[in-house]
Design a binder for this molecule. Structure first.
Ligand code: ZN
Length: 91
């Protein structure tokens, strides 16, 4: 028998999205109770975080953060009639 331990988290466990620069490792937290807005560039080393052609359009990260916010609001309104959980390896 193999025992596999996992940890289950719900969207309501999430408090912020951390954006980290792949070049200099600087990071910032975007609180999920606020509008998710990823800066156009790294605030420390100025590496672009947004493709030129997508200026002004929501990034994938922003869409993900905002989708989580939409789900949290749906849960608050008790809809739909199922819960959503994510499984992560046990830490
Ligand atoms: Zn950087």
């Amino acid at each position: 028998m193999t025992v596999e331990q996992i940890t289950v988290i719900t969207p309501s466990d999430l408090i912020a999205m951390r954006v980290a620069c792949t070049k200099c490792q600087a990071s910032l937290s975007l609180q999920l109770n606020q509008t998710i807005r990823v800066p156009d560039e790294c605030p420390v080393c100025s590496t672009p975080w947004r493709e030129q052609r997508s200026m002004g359009a929501p990034t994938e990260a922003e869409r993900l953060g905002n989708a989580i916010k939409v789900w949290l609001e749906a849960e608050r309104q008790k809809q739909p009639n199922f819960s959503l959980k994510f499984e992560i390896p046990h830490l």
